[in-house]
Design a binder for this molecule. Structure first.
Ligand SMILES: Nc1ncnc2c1ncn2[C@@H]1O[C@H](COP(=O)(O)OP(=O)(O)OP(=O)(O)O)[C@@H](O)[C@H]1O
Ligand SMILES: [Mg+2]
Length: 298
């Protein structure tokens, strides 16, 4: 199947300037504590977050995904191995990488518009170009009518959309998202996937998205990285090869989506079983729901 996504230059009409970065994770390990207290969280992990692509990482709960994000963001340093951004070692946090966490961090005392404009204002760059971009993003995330509302007046999904816009306005080379839609109800989540993919398709900025939700991973990914149980490493990498723009209405009925989903579920099930034998409640839940899914199919 032809690959329509990724690698393509940004549309010239896009208001979102693109200066997309590439991250290489080279044999990275991370442990906390020393001696008998040492906890190995990441072990010998290597992968590439390709320029202009949406790379999604999925792995069992507690395997070390957020730890990897802290390393990519430069909040923490690997115990061994290297992380390179555009060929240069990551030595700390930088404006070139922007992390969106699960917990919404909108400022409650600011309106939607002011929250979106926060980055340019804080940098003293709130010029006409930034204001135009804020207007454009308000439309893109469907919040024009809510521009003067405060976060408590927005639904959970609206808050996440405002947060996406607030991140995008800073024009990072790489957007890093750690389960940003966790906790939303199923319908709000699906709406978020559509808004978020449209934003990605607008810019083809490099994006790295972490999730534990297989449908979310599949719908969003150009490249899917499946992680092992803790200490985590790459278990498999799948090029999804489903063209964009993607529409929820027919996406999950496609043969390719089903094929990738089955492969990913089977690998995740193996990893969850390992963690289950180690006593994880989340893994037990996963194994249980996997068994129910198999029963439904039979
Ligand atoms: N600063 C730290 N000190 C000690 N252990 C830590 C630290 N940060 C994370 N860990 C441990 O690393 C393991 C992996 O945690 P992490 O948050 O990276 O997992 P995760 O895959 O993001 O999980 P989830 O899917 O639940 O978000 C956990 O056992 C956690 O307790
Ligand atoms: Mg996490």
């Amino acid at each position: 199947m032809a690959i329509a996504s990724g690698g393509a230059a940004a549309p010239v009409t896009s208001k979102l300037q693109v200066s997309a970065g590439e991250i290489i994770v080279d044999n990275v390990s991370k442990s906390y504590g020393t001696g008998i207290f040492e906890k190995k969280v990441v072990k010998g992990c290597s992968f590439t977050i390709e320029r202009n692509k949406l790379t999604v990482m999925i792995g069992p709960s507690g395997c070390g995904k957020s730890t990897l994000i802290k390393l990519l963001a430069g909040f923490e340093k690997p115990t061994t191995g290297n992380i390179l951004l555009n060929g240069k070692p990551v030595t700390g946090p930088g404006r070139d990488r922007l992390v969106v966490f699960q917990e919404s961090a909108l400022f409650p005392w600011m309106t939607t518009y002011d929250n979106i404009m926060y980055g340019p204002i804080a940098r003293g760059e709130a010029d006409q170009k930034a204001r135009d971009l804020a207007e454009f993003l308000l439309d893109k995330v469907g919040l024009r009518d809510f521009r003067s509302k405060y976060p408590t007046q927005l639904s959970g999904g609206m808050q996440r959309r405002a947060e996406l816009a607030r991140a995008m306005i800073n024009n990072p080379e790489v957007m890093i998202l750690d389960e940003p839609f966790r906790g939303l109800d199923a319908m709000s989540k699906e709406l978020m996937w559509e808004y978020y993919s449209a934003l990605f398709e607008e810019s083809h900025r490099t994006n790295f998205f972490v999730t534990t939700d297989i449908d979310e991973a599949l719908f969003l990914a150009d490249r899917l990285i499946i992680m092992s149980n803790i200490p985590t490493r790459v278990r498999a990498t799948i090029e999804v090869n489903i063209p964009r723009p993607r529409k929820l209405a027919d996406f999950f009925t496609s043969e390719r989506a089903n094929e990738v989903k089955m492969t990913a579920l089977s690998l995740l099930h193996e990893e969850a079983m390992k963690s289950f034998s180690g006593g994880s409640k989340a893994a037990a839940d996963f194994v249980d729901s996997y068994a129910r899914r198999s029963e439904q199919k039979a």
